[in-house]
Design a protein around this ligand. Sequence first.
Ligand code: NI
Ligand code: MN
Length: 226
Amino acid sequence: MKVSYHGHAVVKVEANGKTILFDPFISENGNTDLDAENVKADVILLTHGHNDHVGDTVEIAKRNDAQVVAPFELATYLGNKGVNAHPMYIGGGHEFDFGHVKFTQAFHGSSYTEEDGTIVYTGMPTGILLTIDGKTIYHAGDTGLFTDLKMIGEQNSIDLAFLPIGDNFTMGPDDALIAAEWIQAKQVVPVHYNTFELINQDGRAFAEKVRPGKGKALEPGEVIEL
Ligand code: NI
Ligand code: MN
């Protein structure tokens, strides 16, 4: 399968003939190689409701007739906009035709800001475990460091993990290094950095500090074969 990074927290998984997008923040993302107007998706997985994660979900989902899987309130909000949304929540797993999805805890916020500035509550923030084609991918979402990452690591054999390193809103590189130890993933890719100045970080320096050979900083568009 192909797993690719597309700037900010955007991850694409191509497996079992399906294209799955995590947190497709594209049209307002200055650090992506994707074009929101022609990106393909069968499934969109959302970690939380912040605008830099929901991004172009509604347009992409409608154009592709894609299924959106999101925390309950966010799924309801998007369902009201005419999207085919499947609600889930922390601790819950579900077997889809493309693979298995389980929502995990994240320490962060979750709301969607409308164009007029109105803030809509979109529930709890989450991380997502996607098991597909025999591999488990963990997208941590936006989170600070928390010790139950150890539990997530113990309960799951994670092949590839995407961890935020941007600091300010999420873990910074030092805490993400601890998180990388705790989740025991075979490979760790830093995300949620260099999209705007406040979260500028050195992804390569972080990747080199993760246990040798396990860390990999990806340029937007770069692919990992799993
Ligand atoms: Ni966020
Ligand atoms: Mn974010």
